[in-house]
Design a protein around this ligand. Structure first.
Ligand SMILES: [Zn+2]
Length: 291
């Protein structure tokens, strides 16, 4: 099974209303932990990578690492580039065999976003990859990209026009969620997800998953959020796990032991989100759509 297209994961999730988690991995250890959690949960999973991480390791190495690890995992997985405003970098990832990209043109005008997203979709189609599109900036800064100021909301008819004319495979509208940690309880716009999928049935992407309540996740997934992004919680779990282990054992000098203990903290964290998102046991769904 192993590596599948983004649409093979998202279409059944959207139809059945469960969420496929997308975790922003930062290296081999976190990639392995995310895949292991998916295997233990018999869940589909999206291995997602931020631009900053791609710049550190290179698109080709990350793709090879993913392909090798995913080929050994008996669950469907796909490799996705998160928030990328840079078309040459998107091309580099697509050429390296990535399965999906988020073209983040939310800083451009509507017309420029539409035109450039269409170009990115055409580029992705040539290699059988998927494109996530974004019209409004998701609040909060993610790895140096974004802003704390909430952008304007694009009217529904313009959203539908954007979806029709770009042909994007999934859509990330601003729905009140934010990157990073929430300083106060977010005001979630459930109605907006419903309006968009009613007008145009496209899998919606939920950004800023860290810190939302189980209830908010479940309601948003029921409305049509089929891809659920979690980044901050992985970073926190990863760093805290190192800190706690080394604080408790300051004389430890065996890196493999430290890494194993960090992985032991990551796997249950990922599995916990899978429980909430309703994707546990859904690994076979992606295969069925494949025919
Ligand atoms: Zn995001």
């Amino acid at each position: 099974m192993a590596v599948v297209s983004m649409n093979e994961l998202l279409r059944p999730a959207f139809d059945e209303r469960y969420g496929v988690p997308a975790f922003n991995i930062v290296n081999d250890l976190t990639m392995a932990a995310v895949l292991e959690a998916a295997v233990q949960s018999n869940s589909p999973v999206i291995v997602q990578v931020s631009v900053k991480t791609v710049k550190m390791f290179g698109a080709k190495l990350l793709q090879k690492m993913f392909e090798e690890m995913a080929s050994r995992a008996p669950i469907p997985a796909t490799l996705h580039l998160d928030h990328c405003p840079d078309v040459p970098m998107i091309k580099t990832c697509l050429d390296a065999g990535w399965n999906s990209v988020l073209f983040d043109a939310s800083k451009l005008t509507y017309e420029d976003n539409l035109r450039q997203t269409r170009e990115v979709v055409a580029m992705a189609r040539k290699v059988g990859a998927a494109v996530e599109g974004e019209l409004e900036a998701v609040r909060g800064v993610e790895d140096g990209i974004g802003s704390d100021v909430e952008g304007g909301i694009v009217p529904l008819d313009k959203c539908v026009e954007f979806l029709e004319q770009t042909g994007i495979d999934s859509f990330a509208p601003a729905i009140g969620t934010a990157h990073g940690l929430y300083k106060s309880a977010p005001k979630i716009n459930f109605e907006r997800v419903r309006e968009i999928v009613t007008a145009f049935p496209v899998p919606i992407v939920l950004h800023g998953g860290t810190g939302l309540s189980d209830d908010v996740f479940k309601r948003l997934i029921a409305e049509g959020c089929a891809k659920v992004n979690v980044s901050t919680m992985l970073k926190i779990t990863y760093c805290d796990a190192y800190r706690e282990y080394l604080d408790a054992k300051p004389q430890e000098r065996d890196p493999l032991k430290v890494m194993a203990s960090v992985k032991d903290k990551l796997v249950p964290m990922v599995k916990g989100f899978m429980e909430i998102f309703g994707c546990v046991g859904k690994a076979e769904m992606a295969v069925h759509t494949h025919g």
